[in-house]
Structure formats: C-alpha cells, structure tokens
Design a binder for this molecule. Structure first.
Ligand SMILES: Nc1nc2c(ncn2[C@@H]2O[C@H](COP(=O)(O)OP(=O)(O)O)[C@@H](O)[C@H]2O)c(=O)[nH]1
Ligand SMILES: [Mg+2]
Length: 294
C-alpha cells in the first residue's frame, strides 16, 4: 500500500481541475473555459486497493498583479511545499508549451518528484504532433515520467496514477476510505454558483465575482428542501446588471443551473435564493479578499 499527497500544478486553464474530477469520478472542482477558475486549494482523495493519492488542486501559476491573483499564486506555490509528488499539467499545444516552460523552471528548482502530463491530446488533429511536444516538455527538467492524457475523456489517467504511485511513500491511508475531501458542502455549493457565473457571463465579470453562502439550512423534515441563500458579489453596477440580465433572465439561469448541480451534490432537493451586491474593488485589497473569504 502506498499513500501520499500530490499537488496538481500548471498554467491556468490547462485542465488541472478537470483531471482531478475525472480521477475522483466526482465533481469536486468547478471548471470553465476561462483561466483562473480555481481560486482555492482543493483537496480530493482517490482510493484504490493499493493506493491512496490525496490530490491538492491549485490555482494556475501566472504573472499576477491584482491582490486576488497574487493570493491565488501564493496558494499554488505553498501547496508544493507539503506534498510527496507533483503532477505538472501542460496543454499539448504551442501556446501550452510556451506557458508550461515558466512553470517548469519553478518545479525544476524544487526538490519534489514530478510527473508531467501533456493534456488535451484529444484536440490534436495531427497525432504526429504529439511526439515532438512530448520531447520538448521532457527536456525541461528531470521528470519522473511524461504522460500524454485527455482529462476530458480519461485517456492516460490510469498511467498517470501508476507513475505517481511509484513516487509516494509506502504506508497506511491518510484518510478514512469514505472521506473524499476536507471541503464543506457549504463551500462547494458556493463554488457551483461561481462556476455558473464563469460559464455564463463574459468579459471581466467572472474575475470580479465572488460568492458567499449566507444560509445553509438542512430541513428538519426530510421531504422539505435544503434552504440555501447566497450572494453574488461584483465590483461595479454595470456588472450587477449583467449578472441579473434582462428582466432577471441571467440570474434565473445561474440559479437554476447551480441548483441542479447542488441537488446532485447533496442528493437532496434544494431551494436556492440568490442576491447580487456591489462590493467595489474587493479583488484589489487584502481587506476586500478577507471579507469575501479569500
Ligand atoms: N478538449 C479538452 N478540453 C479539456 C481537457 N481538459 C480540460 N479541458 C477544458 O479546458 C478548460 C479548462 O479546464 P479546467 O479544468 O478548468 O482547467 P484548470 O484551470 O487547469 O483547472 C475547460 O473548458 C475544460 O473542459 C481535455 O483533456 N480535452
Ligand atoms: Mg482549476
């Protein structure tokens, strides 16, 4: 039996959270086609008979200027300190390799063993492009292995687990078998709302959005829904208008899609009440971050 911690790191939007969800077989981390969707350190436990891999999903490493982005990068770098191995995700494209090279320098300077996963290989129309990409990424550092994967289809995920397993210490499981995460349901439902804002709105709105869960009431009578009320915080009136939408159409859609995901997560009917509030410049100061849970 082997058991240990694995940090999943890489540039933004390379598929780190998608990979975690695929391995767990459970939607723990929210994902979107926009960079910087993940803002926290997310712990997810994968169990198989001979292995417990405790994954730490992290925000993407990038050049950060805003207070929020600096906090996110700090979280990702801090995660590297406490793990037994690193899963370094790189997107299998010219752009992905350009971004990955910066992250590789950070990892090559560190002392943790690294498995590099070249992700999104399903998008490569010309399969002969894969080998040169793999060769270039291999040359960046002394990686324990380089594995082509598709987090979306699950291709290669088993091989990644096998390579990671070899890097983890022998020992008993660190968490009981029924523990999937250390995150609360309350946190996860807030994330589901944030995911819908990331997926359904554009421009700068997602990056100015934070969600707080103000109430999470489990019913005394099991036939009644869980009552959740939450606030979507944005930074400007114009953004509030976008999140609410024409005659409330957008907030309705955000609420309805988030509620369906919450019901899957909780295995219970949910009554969701959403509010939208302007909190000017919250993402630009430590005080604003603290107020909204970052
Ligand atoms: N085609 C394809 N898309 C992927 C794959 N993995 C992730 N994606 C997409 O890439 C985007 C970013 O994924 P996400 O997991 O949020 O990236 P993260 O920022 O690294 O956590 C999402 O739109 C995913 O659906 C993959 O293997 N193939
Ligand atoms: Mg992510």
């Amino acid at each position: 039996m082997r058991a240990g911690f694995v940090a999943i790191v890489g540039a933004p939007n390379v598929g780190k959270s998608t990979f975690l969800n695929e391995v767990l077989g459970f939607k723990l981390a929210i994902t979107s086609d926009k960079p910087q969707t993940t803002r926290h350190r997310l712990l997810g436990v994968h169990n198989q008979p001979d292995l417990q891999a405790v994954f730490i999903d992290t925000p993407g490493l990038h050049q950060a200027r805003r207070a929020l982005n600096r906090r996110m990068v700090d979280i990702a770098l801090a995660a590297l300190k406490d793990v037994d191995a690193v899963l370094f995700m790189v997107e299998a494209s010219a752009k992905g390799l350009a971004q990955g090279k910066d992250v590789a320098q950070i990892l090559a300077q560190g002392s943790k063993p690294v498995v590099l996963a070249l992700n999104k290989i399903d998008l490569l129309r010309d399969k002969s492009a894969l080998l040169p990409l793999l060769e270039r990424a291999s040359a960046w550092g002394d990686w324990a292995a380089c594995v082509p994967v598709s987090a979306l289809s699950g291709d290669g995920a088993e091989l990644v687990l096998k390579e990671l397993m070899a890097l983890l210490p022998q020992g008993e499981p660190l968490f009981p078998e029924d523990v999937i995460t250390d995150l609360s349901e309350r946190f996860l439902v807030g994330e589901l709302i944030r995911e819908k804002v990331f997926r359904l709105t554009g421009q700068e709105v997602p990056y100015s959005t934070a969600v707080t869960v103000d109430q999470f009431l489990e019913p005394e009578n099991d036939s009644r829904p869980v009552a959740i009320s939450a606030t979507i915080h944005v930074e400007r009136d114009s953004q509030k208008g976008i999140v609410i939408g024409k005659r409330g159409a957008m907030i309705k859609r955000i609420g309805s899609e988030a509620r369906q995901d919450m019901e899957t997560l909780l295995g219970h009917a949910v009554f969701l009440d959403l509010f939208v509030r302007v909190e000017p410049k919250w993402s630009r100061s430590d005080k604003g971050l603290g107020k909204l849970g970052y």
